[in-house]
Structures are given as C-alpha cells and as structure tokens.
Design a protein around this ligand. Structure first.
Ligand SMILES: Cc1cc2nc3c(=O)[nH]c(=O)nc-3n(C[C@H](O)[C@H](O)[C@H](O)COP(=O)(O)O)c2cc1C
Length: 162
C-alpha cells in the first residue's frame, strides 16, 4: 500500500502530525510520501490569513505533485483557519488529478476548537465530490501534536487499518 499525506502547515503542528504518521506507517513497512503545500507568497498576518480562508481564496502553490495515481490512500491534513480548512488545500483541490474513488483520510489540527465541525464538514464535502471513500477522520488540538502517546491513541484506528 502506498500512502500520500497531503498537508499544509503554517506554524508546524500539522507538519509534526504528518511526520508522526510517516514514522508510524514506516514502522509497518508502508511507503509514505509527504506532500507539503507551500504558497508562492506566504501570508503571515493573522487577520489577512483569516480573510483568505474566509473568502476561500486559492493562493498559488509552489511546485507540487498533483497527480495521485500512484497512491492507494490519501490523507489530507490542514489546520483550521477561520472555521474552515486552510486556503492552500483549496488550491490543491482545484488542480488535483486521479483522486476519484480513492480511500481518503481527513485530519484537522486546531486551536480554540471554534469551527472545527464546520471545517470538517466542508472538507468532507470536497472529498465526497471526488467520490472518495472517507475511511477515517480526526480533529487534533495543535498543542497535542508534540505528544506522541496522545497521537498514537487518537490515531490508533487509522494506524491499525493501514
Ligand atoms: C489564521 C489562523 C486562523 C485560525 N482559526 C482557527 C479557528 O477558526 N478555529 C480553531 O480552533 N483554531 C484556529 N486557528 C488555530 C490553528 O488551527 C492551530 O493552531 C493549528 O494547529 C495550526 O496548525 P499549523 O501549526 O500546522 O499551522 C487558527 C490559526 C491561524 C493562524
């Protein structure tokens, strides 16, 4: 089984989570590629980041693999931004190829917890639009991404499934 983890991370929490998954799946001899989304121009001002997310902007991404044909499972992971998922994921979904029909997983990291259900639902809708089969979902508090024991427990069903 070949797995892609497509993620965006501004302050490192979601990236830490993605690296944890790579390590855990690696222990099970699964092949994992981390596909990190980076905007050409990173917005760093909180309010502008929120506006970008709220308005569902599609920032231009640095060169990245859009064709997922080689993967059996694709994990999408994003921080919650202004009650939705991060703009870079929107940009990716505009150009992604061969996602249709795949097994997908959705993992969000968050701060206060405001808007996490809405963000999850919006990403679910996108993934269902690609006719993917969502096999696992999780919401992880950003500060808990440093706690491998917590991550292991929270993501146990996924790790066991793979
Ligand atoms: C622009 C911006 C907007 C955010 N909006 C929310 C929000 O609506 N709800 C929430 O629970 N956390 C929110 N957060 C907190 C992040 O989701 C949380 O810190 C996340 O783990 C950051 O992931 P990262 O370190 O991978 O960038 C926001 C953070 C930023 C920078």
């Amino acid at each position: 089984m070949k797995i892609a983890v497509v993620f965006y991370s501004f302050s490192g929490n979601t990236k830490r989570l993605a690296s944890f998954l790579k390590k855990k799946f690696g222990e099970k001899k699964r092949e994992v590629d981390l596909i990190e989304l980076k905007p050409v121009r990173e917005e760093t001002v909180f309010l502008k980041q929120c506006m970008q997310a709220f308005l569902k902007r599609n920032p231009e991404l640095l060169d990245v693999e859009y064709d997922l044909k080689n993967y059996d499972m694709v994990i999408f992971s994003s921080p919650v931004w202004a009650f939705t998922f991060a703009p870079c994921l929107h940009s990716y979904f505009k150009k992604v190829k061969n996602l249709e029909g795949k097994q997908t997983v959705l993992i969000l990291t968050y701060g206060s917890g405001a808007g996490t259900d809405k963000a999850l639902k919006e990403m679910e809708e996108v993934l269902l639009g690609f006719k993917t089969k969502i096999i696992f979902e999780a919401k992880i508090p950003g500060h808990k991404t440093k706690n491998e024991e917590y991550l292991g427990e929270k993501l146990k069903p996924l790790i066991e499934m793979v």
